[in-house]
Design a protein around this ligand. Structure first.
Ligand SMILES: Nc1nc2c(c(=O)[nH]1)N[C@H]1C(S)=C(S)[C@@H](COP(=O)(O)OP(=O)(O)OC[C@H]3O[C@@H](n4cnc5c(=O)[nH]c(N)nc54)[C@H](O)[C@@H]3O)O[C@H]1N2
Ligand SMILES: Nc1nc2c(c(=O)[nH]1)N[C@H]1C(S)=C(S)[C@@H](COP(=O)(O)OP(=O)(O)OC[C@H]3O[C@@H](n4cnc5c(=O)[nH]c(N)nc54)[C@H](O)[C@@H]3O)O[C@H]1N2
Ligand code: SF4
Ligand SMILES: [Mo]
Length: 765
């Protein structure tokens, strides 16, 4: 048997010598954004096919954008196009005309492919046929669908316990596929259902459930237009949720103010040139941020405490700042919060945040008179050891202002993957609640397991320790998305079988279990036809609205199966007559799946009718101002502790962030236009003074080193780029930097890896 050596991470990109640095831009979108979008679409999809498909993106009865989870307007949609540059790139990536056929796999060994950069791997094209990598083999070979399902069923049924299997989900699956998958995993007998949420907004879910009784945001798109003040903390919408800028533009036109809190002054939050407005294209666009607070990494809690302390002082002297009616009738813990604030001295809070007192005073002046406040956030708050408390501190401020449960106010955790919120709503969670247990029993005759399953961190450790042996992924790129790449690679390689249901090739297909399967599936943009009938799926956006998505392109290959069909076949092959469920019938008919969802889950009553009509909002108690399920029927104030990092003189906190040309581990291109970086991803953004201290010049090559629990992790060969970032703070891109993130370091309560505050040193090469 020939041993193959797989690269778990391509350490250099092909373009290493072509790096070019320009000053960061002052605005987002504009005609340049349109040009880049069209270049991607034309190159991958062809012009006519591209234009026709773009016209259907995010339109009613059209294709839900496969990019982020930003919502579409409820009423009118823009005829000029209801998408952004990165939505177009996401579509182009999926709807490419390039194909990865069996010939491709016969030509390139797995070992060879693993030496390609992530960019080159992703650009190979769409997967076309089920493929198997037999134990000891160097190349993938075609396998028939039935044989693939039989092999998976045999491996699953040979396990000593169902808990030796893991069923991962990435957030692009439809509600229909995700629901069936969750029912199958529980019928098989495990709650081991990690999902990308664990690495993403899990901290938001935990914090919001505990304080407001629902693990989702409370605002709608319309609220965002109507707020007095919107705070955007730890989020880069210009790149990751670009259509949010149109909403912020409307807010500004209505007289609302925007406060941005971020270690980087992201271009998209400076100015927005709406490509649909002639005046914007010709002129300088709309200024988005009124006040930029350049917080040090993970020092949001000291900043929020300083703001709340100053608001409280104003409340005592002037009055009318806090909403006492709301606080008295709807909340619990106000006195304790005020006492806690009194224990903190203002000066050290301000010093710790890294922001001047003048700027904090300006923030207080903006927030004090506001009656309607919204706080938006994303990974800049969730991916820290204190990720849950970061969000609880935001909730504290909103509760003081009575800004929950009324128009123009509330929480806005901005979700990542286009259906990550929906997957959670329909049962992708690593535990089974009492209500779900009872409903599954009633509707499917299934006795779901009661023990808590593995999340992503638990899964990696369990595979590494040999406690899990089969890893099945419904989408995603687990190896490159999770922390501690080398450890995760060892973990996956110890599995007997890894299976990936995927649209495109990625590194998780190359660093695998002893046997590996690729099951190619339809993308959102493709027609899903069964027995001559077109089927549609449904998804939930970041603001809790469930709606349809209908593909319109011819499938990338005639061998593709839809995700619900794949799950149905998996379940039928594995469970045979162990359940009464007619899995294959469900896989064929999504109306039947939706009827089951109506039976099992509250909020989805009459699903088929309501989703076909115009979509519907799921119930949201926080939006309704109903906290009756919380202790004493009240929203909860929380006492949050200050983050402690105690960095030594030569240590830094590193945040691993997204460039403008990627979608998570999918690399669309090698530029990060707004930040002025071209042709290279291995860059390390560093403060100029810190560079001087370390005797580093622009574009010097360095290794980044993290040391945790006596173990050293190294990310080699990064170019230093001088950037306006606070001292002792650094930034670079993931997935390249994931080798540095220690698997056992994650947020308390949510277990979200500390991807935004990794303690590192920098060594010149
Ligand atoms: N084009 C594109 N769109 C995407 C994605 C993509 O990769 N590409 N990914 C999708 C997914 S799954 C997600 S979850 C979202 C992610 O969306 P974001 O959370 O916007 O993505 P990140 O690049 O991780 O950026 C986090 C931002 O937080 C800031 N930040 C980091 N640490 C801190 C901190 O301690 N405090 C504060 N206040 N700010 C901090 C960073 O400077 C950066 O601006 O985007 C989704 N949309
Ligand atoms: N260091 C660091 N690590 C991070 C983060 C960070 O900020 N820093 N962010 C984290 C976050 S927020 C997230 S959400 C995770 C993302 O983790 P994942 O969701 O696992 O990763 P993606 O890169 O989004 O997955 C891309 C792959 O999904 C497959 N795919 C695309 N569309 C479809 C589809 O329609 N169906 C199926 N079946 N497959 C499809 C393609 O094969 C593609 O290669 O990464 C996390 N990792
Ligand atoms: S904002 Fe998000 S959902 Fe909307 S078009 Fe852009 S990528 Fe797609
Ligand atoms: Mo995410």
């Amino acid at each position: 048997m020939k041993e193959t050596k797989r690269n778990v991470q391509a350490t250099t990109s092909e373009e290493l010598t072509k790096i070019k640095i320009k000053p960061p831009t002052n605005y987002a979108a504009g005609m340049h954004g349109v040009k880049v979008a069209l270049e991607h679409v034309f190159a991958e999809m062809g012009a006519v096919r591209g234009f026709q498909t773009l016209a259907k993106l995010n339109q009613k009865n059209g294709i839900d954008c496969p990019g982020c989870a930003w919502p579409d307007p409820d009423d009118k949609r823009s005829v000029l196009g209801e998408y952004c540059e990165n939505g177009a790139k996401a579509l182009a990536e999926e709807a490419t005309l390039k194909r990865v056929k069996p010939k491709f796999f016969a030509k390139h060994s797995v070992e060879e492919l693993s030496r390609w950069s992530d960019y080159k791997i992703g650009k190979s094209g769409r997967l076309t046929q089920p493929m198997i990598l037999q134990e000891g083999s160097s190349h993938y070979e075609p396998i028939a669908w039935d044989a693939a399902f039989e092999l998976i069923a045999d491996k699953l049924n040979a396990l000593q316990s169902p808990d030796e299997a893991i069923f991962y989900t990435s957030g692009r699956s439809s509600n229909e596929a995700a629901f069936l998958y969750g029912v199958f995993a529980r019928a098989f007998g495990t709650n081991n259902m990690p999902d990308c949420s664990n690495m993403c907004h899990e901290s938001s879910g935990v914090a919001l459930s505990q304080t407001l009784g629902i693990g989702k945001g409370s605002v709608t798109l319309d609220d965002l237009h109507k707020a007095d003040v919107v705070m955007i903390i730890g989020q880069n919408p210009g790149t990751n949720h670009p259509r949010m800028l149109s909403a912020l533009q409307k807010l500004k036109q209505n007289g609302g103010k925007v406060i941005t809190v971020n270690p980087l002054e992201e271009a998209g939050l400076k100015r927005f040139k709406n490509p649909q407005k002639v005046a914007d294209i010709l002129g300088s666009g709309t200024a988005i941020t009124d006040l930029f607070l350049q917080v040090r990494i993970n020092q949001d809690i000291p900043l929020l405490k300083a703001i709340m302390k100053k608001l409280h002082t104003k409340e005592r002297t002037e009055g009318g700042i806090f909403d006492h009616d709301f606080i008295q009738s709807k909340t619990q813990g106000y006195e304790a919060l005020i006492q806690d604030l009194a224990h903190h001295e203002l000066a050290p809070l301000i010093a710790q945040s890294g922001i001047s007192e003048t700027d904090i005073d300006t923030a207080v002046e903006l927030i004090a008179p506001a009656k309607k406040v919204i706080i938006c956030w994303a990974m800049g708050l969730t991916q820290h050891r204190n990720g849950v408390e970061n969000i609880k501190e935001c909730v504290n401020l909103l509760l003081l202002k009575g800004s929950i449960g009324k128009e123009g106010a509330g929480t806005c955790p901005v979700r990542g993957h286009s259906n990550v919120q929906g997957d959670r709503s329909v049962g992708i969670v690593h535990k089974t609640s009492d209500a779900l247990h009872a409903a599954l029993q009633r509707s499917f005759g299934i006795d779901a397991p009661r023990t808590k399953g593995f999340d992503t961190v638990d899964s990696v450790i369990a595979m590494h320790e040999g406690r899990a042996k089969v890893f099945f992924a419904l989408g995603g790129n687990f190896l490159s998305a999770v922390s501690d790449t080398n450890y995760a690679a060892e973990a996956l390689q110890r599995c007997d079988l890894t299976v990936a249901v995927s649209t495109k090739l990625n590194r998780s297909h190359l660093v695998t279990g002893k046997t590996a399967l690729i099951l190619p599936t339809l993308g959102r943009s493709e027609k899903d036809i069964k027995n001559g009938k077109a089927r549609f799926v449904s998804v939930e956006n970041s603001m809790g609205k469930v709606h349809t998505s209908r593909g319109s392109l011819a499938p990338a290959s005639k061998h593709l199966m839809s995700e619900p069909d794949i799950i149905a076949h998996l379940a039928a092959a594995t469970l045979q007559d162990k359940t009464e469920v007619d899995w294959l019938a469900l896989g064929k008919d999504y109306d039947a799946i939706r009827s089951k969802i109506s039976e099992v889950l509250t909020g989805f009553e009459d699903y088929n009718k309501r989703v076909k009509d115009d979509g519907f909002y799921l119930p949201n108690n926080a939006r309704a101002g109903d906290f009756s399920k919380l202790p004493n029927g009240r929203a909860q104030f929380s006492l949050c502790t200050l983050p402690q990092h105690d960095l030594k003189a030569d240590e830094y906190l590193l945040m691993t962030i997204r460039s403008h040309d990627q979608f998570n581990t999918t690399i669309y291109g090698l530029h990060d236009r707004y930040r002025g970086v071209y042709n290279e991803r291995r860059v390390l953004f560093m403060n100029a003074e810190d560079m001087k201290k370390q005797d580093l010049k622009q574009l010097d090559l360095v290794d980044i080193i993290s040391e945790y629990d006596g173990e050293t992790r190294i990310a080699p060969k990064f170019h230093v780029v001088s950037y306006a970032i606070p001292s002792q703070n650094l930034a670079c891109y993931f997935p390249e930097a994931n080798v540095l993130v220690p698997i056992r370091h994650f947020a308390k309560q949510s277990q979200t890896p500390i991807s935004k505050s990794v303690r590192v040193k920098v060594r010149k090469r």
